[in-house]
Design a protein around this ligand. Structure first.
Ligand SMILES: [Zn+2]
Length: 94
C-alpha cells in the first residue's frame, strides 16, 4: 500500500502491516490516542527524535514576534489619534 494509504488507514509508515494506535475503536475516547512505542511487526520507532520541533519553534517565534510588533504599532497609532482627538475635545469644552 502507498504511504498515503498507510497514513489514512493508521498503519505503520514503514511496513504497512501493523496499526500505529493500540485501540482500533474510535468511540473509546479514553484510549483514542494510545500508540505503540515501536511497530509490532518491523520494530520502527514511532517516537520523534530530539529536536523534532526546533524548526517549528523558530518559525512560530518569528511569526509571533512580527504579529506582536505590528499589533502594538497599530495600537499605538490608534491611541495617539484618540489622544489627539480627546485633547481637541477637551479644549473645546473648557
Ligand atoms: Zn512496521
Amino acid at each position: 500500500m502507498s504511504a498515503l494509504g498507510n497514513i489514512i488507514s493508521c498503519k505503520c509508515p514503514n511496513c504497512g502491516d501493523a496499526y500505529v494506535f493500540t485501540n482500533q475503536n474510535p468511540y473509546n475516547l479514553w484510549h483514542l490516542a494510545d500508540m505503540h512505542q515501536n511497530c509490532p511487526k518491523c520494530g520502527k520507532s514511532f517516537s520523534k527524535e530530539p529536536g523534532f520541533y526546533f524548526g517549528a519553534m523558530y518559525v512560530s517565534y518569528g511569526l509571533t514576534s512580527g504579529i506582536v510588533i505590528v499589533f502594538s504599532q497599530c495600537l499605538a497609532g490608534v491611541l495617539t489619534l484618540l489622544h489627539c482627538h480627546l485633547l481637541a475635545l477637551l479644549q473645546l469644552l473648557f
